[in-house]
Design a protein around this ligand. Structure first.
Ligand code: HEC
Length: 128
């Protein structure tokens, strides 16, 4: 069991690592971004907020790898991109604060938060 967990976390990390120099993901920054940017939109959708604890670590890994957001209408990556942050930063503090963070680092941070906050993660989390 322990082995499986370690393996899936490693698989998730490797998915988001672009270079040989492993970036040490900052789950706290991922949490701030998820809660401020992702959740602020979900909260006004018919389905409402999406708690990290609604999926297992493996489900999040599969979801992020597929990168099909809103039932495939768009991608998760687009909402993490600098271009998206720039488009909302006048009304969103997190987008403004992380305006210059490389896309991949922010994606890794979000993945780390979702892994930690997953149903079977170290600290199952809600969105707020
Ligand atoms: C501008 C609005 C908006 C933003 C920003 C946004 N989402 Fe979504 N998200 C949606 C909509 C719309 C749905 C589809 C809801 C439905 O079909 O019930 C959705 C659905 C989801 C789902 C449920 C599965 C799916 O894809 O249908 C997940 C998980 C998700 N979003 C993750 C994220 C993450 C992670 C971010 C931030 C990086 C994010 N979203 C940012 C609008 C947004």
């Amino acid at each position: 069991m322990k082995f499986t967990k370690t393996l899936s976390a490693a698989a998730l990390l490797s998915l988001f690592a672009t270079s040989a120099l492993a970036y040490d993901a900052d789950w706290k920054r991922g949490r701030v971004y998820y809660r401020s940017v992702c959740t602020s939109c979900h909260a006004v959708q018919p389905g409402g907020t999406i708690n990290p604890s609604t999926k297992t670590k493996a489900e999040w890994a599969t979801y992020l790898k597929a990168d099909k957001h809103a039932k495939g209408k768009d991608t998760v990556k687009q909402y993490v991109s600098k271009a998206y942050r720039a488009s909302i930063k006048s009304g969103n503090k997190a987008a403004e604060k992380f305006a210059d963070t490389p896309d991949q680092e922010l994606m890794d941070d979000i993945a780390a938060f979702l892994t930690k906050g997953a149903k079977d993660g170290d600290a199952p989390a809600t969105c707020n």
